[in-house]
Design a protein around this ligand. Sequence first.
Ligand code: NAD
Length: 277
Amino acid sequence: MKRYPGKRVLITGAGSGLGRALSIEFAKLGWNVGVAEIHPGRADECCEIVNGSGGKALKIICDVSRLEDIEAAGRLIEEKWGGLDIVINNAGVSCGGYMEDIPMEKWEWVIGINLMSVIYGCRTFIPMLKKQRSGHIVNVASYFGFFPPPESATYNMTKAGVISLSETLRTELSPHNIGVSVVMPSFFKTNLMDQLYMTDSIQVNKVKKMFEKAKFTSEKVAQITLRSIDKNRLHILPQLDAKAVWVLKRISPRFLFWANSLLYRYHIVERILGLEY
Ligand SMILES: NC(=O)c1ccc[n+]([C@@H]2O[C@H](COP(=O)([O-])OP(=O)(O)OC[C@H]3O[C@@H](n4cnc5c(N)ncnc54)[C@H](O)[C@@H]3O)[C@@H](O)[C@H]2O)c1
């Protein structure tokens, strides 16, 4: 982090879960933290914690799925800070179900928040970082982006898009001294399930049960993310299960998809979780 003496970070979806945990970690290091959030109450709470933990918060109420909101955030940051060191495109929602049953407005909703927001964030801040010839972009994806479970096409597809965009930019921005990382966690405890949309209640119960069983915390994911930014890592896989699947997909993708189909066809995950199917 010594590369960035200006200590200016913008975090989207900073009011809860991983975004909030990242805000606190940066605050502890004395950074200026742009708290970008759609819920004013969550934003206020996070700003208070940031200011009380050694950082300096800049509250930005915005809807990340609207380009004009992100561009307004860019103008505010230019005016208040004169530049930016790290941008973290973190805000996201969870959505899934049977491909043919997911209403089109839900596709548009999840693509807007999980994918378009990352495009808007990169598009808005890259010119600023290029002008400075320094900076780092962190995009939050998920291991579902490279290991796609069934009945989750909307979410998986947006996260795969975020991984591909990040990998493309890693090379494209390297001549400009701009680093790019993509975070690909498996389940960890947050408020992500609050806005969960699925096409049937069996799917909702399954996802919620898997979420409940998660041992990892957002604090741990945030700490690993900060260490990985420091090391300029492209792929950030905080948990062991995500790392194992990542390696397995490279060794034998055929086996991985065969095993995934078997688990699905015989409802093995539901049986293990003691759920009806
Ligand atoms: N929790 C997990 O198990 C998990 C696993 C893999 C990836 N992720 C990813 O981590 C990221 C953070 O999620 P989280 O688990 O901390 O969830 P969370 O719901 O606790 O936090 C997400 C925050 O984003 C905000 N937000 C939602 N829509 C927004 C919008 N349109 N504009 C601005 N802010 C908006 C929410 O208000 C919330 O404060 C997401 O991209 C998610 O897909 C989470």
